[in-house]
Write a protein that binds this ligand. Sequence first.
Ligand SMILES: [Zn+2]
Ligand SMILES: [Zn+2]
Length: 75
Amino acid sequence: MPCPRTCTLPTPAQAHCSVCHHTFGGITGFDAHRRDGECLNPATLGFVQRDGVWRTPMSDDARQRFASLHTLAEG
Ligand SMILES: [Zn+2]
Ligand SMILES: [Zn+2]
């Protein structure tokens, strides 16, 4: 199925679904939205869309690491 103009073109690291036409931040996210040959709504999986790309939310661990990096950069 060809993509409508509204589709977000994926970078080589990202993955675009030719069925539901969502773009994912990586193959892991793409795999997560496929269940039994069907597409799940990424929003119901807890994904967050940013710039037209669905990303898995940061884990608490990653968020803490990011926060400390941010603090260092500012300080
Ligand atoms: Zn899909
Ligand atoms: Zn598409």
